[in-house]
Design a protein around this ligand. Structure first.
Ligand SMILES: Cc1ncc(COP(=O)(O)O)c(C=O)c1O
Length: 339
């Protein structure tokens, strides 16, 4: 099976398993597990931030950030494709009593100009006071597209002028950093909190990190426990994270090149109406009228290729650590054979 549904489907490599097997561990709720702490400090240092917290998932790191930065009855401004809005099970409302205000185009981009009129203060009793501005880079539903760093800075400026915290859902931030030759520190100095996922392009079985100031992480640690995310001998999982940060970041460029190869092939297919610009490892394409995304998905599944339908007309393929050039050529051959 060639599995292009997501970059979350990867299995740890032998070398990663070896690092996990050899990890020194402790009880990370009673005290610091040494390997977890090593990972947290390594990530914090990379981004030039004060501290970090290891969590089971990117949903949890985002939800903790929303909870710590806001009070119930606040509004969070984010892109209309944002994961926190579309794919976290209504967690913002359920966990933290928040409502969401959205803007942005179909490619995951949002501007300071669009956000400015959406910010509410506490003066007007009819309005829901804004509590947080949250960005996503890369944008998953936008097609793996990257936010422009200067635009992110302009939005950050707006957040600070309005006394608002600024969060980054960076589930695939390393893809953006590699694609645009940016430094983690560019982001560390801009955001109050950053969530990064180890279980996506970086190929770990489990794990995300939430980065921020010392005080923010102290508060986040309390919320993680409350959300049930305190893990005991989590050093076995953190060891995979350390291995991935050392060995799996630069290679993301290979995933991006393979995604562009898929984009080229799809752009010549008679059934394909449009492809979102491929900037990293996600390829989202729309079929022409008369073609059915589900039927395409089923046809490919019969040929042992798994992809995901995003809607009745849109399909998604994601390249990752467990996909090589031969897999891509095979996928292209089989797609070309579909009517
Ligand atoms: C942009 C983005 N944020 C957050 C998440 C949540 O990560 P997890 O699946 O680890 O909860 C995902 C998952 O795909 C994502 O794409």
């Amino acid at each position: 099976m060639i599995d292009l549904r997501s970059d979350t489907v990867t299995k740890p490599t032998k070398a990663m398993l070896e690092a996990m097997f050899n990890a020194e561990v402790g009880d990370n709720v009673l005290e610091h597990d040494p390997t977890v702490r090593k990972l947290e400090l390594k990530a914090a240092e990379m981004f030039g931030m004060e501290d970090a917290l290891f969590c089971p998932s990117g949903t949890m790191t985002n939800q903790i950030a929303l909870n710590v930065h806001t009070v119930p009855g606040n509004e969070v401004i984010c892109h209309r494709h944002a994961h926190i809005y579309n794919y976290e099970g209504g967690g913002a409302a359920f966990n933290s009593g928040l409502q969401i205000r959205t803007a942005g185009n179909d490619y995951g981009h949002i501007t300071a100009e669009e956000i400015k009129p959406l910010i509410n203060g506490w003066g007007d009793v009819h309005a829901c006071p804004t509590g947080l501005i949250s960005m996503e880079n890369t944008s998953n539903k936008g097609g793996g597209t990257c936010m422009d760093l200067n635009e992110l800075k302009a939005i950050g400026q707006l957040a600070s002028e309005n006394g608002l915290p600024y969060h980054m859902d960076g589930a695939r931030l390393f893809n953006a950093l590699v694609a645009n030759n940016e430094s983690p520190k560019d982001y560390g100095q801009l955001f109050d909190s950053i969530s990064i996922c180890l279980s996506k392009g970086l190929g770990c079985p489990v794990g995300s990190l939430l980065l921020g100031s010392h005080d923010f992480i102290v508060a986040a640690n309390r919320v993680r426990k409350r959300f049930g995310g305190g893990m005991r001998q989590a050093g076995y999982l953190a060891a995979a994270g350390i291995y991935a940060l050392d060995h799996h970041v630069e290679r993301l460029a290979e995933d991006h090149a393979r995604a562009r190869r898929l984009e080229d092939a799809l752009s010549n297919h008679k059934a394909v109406a449009a492809i979102k610009p491929v900037e990293t490892n996600i390829v989202i394409f729309k079929l022409k009228e008369g073609y059915d995304a589900k039927a395409w998905m089923e046809e490919l599944a019969k040929q042992e290729i798994s992809i995901i339908a995003m809607s009745a007309t849109d399909l998604r393929m994601v390249t990752h650590h467990d996909i090589n050039d031969a897999d891509i050529e095979e996928v292209i051959r089989r797609i070309q054979a579909i009517d």
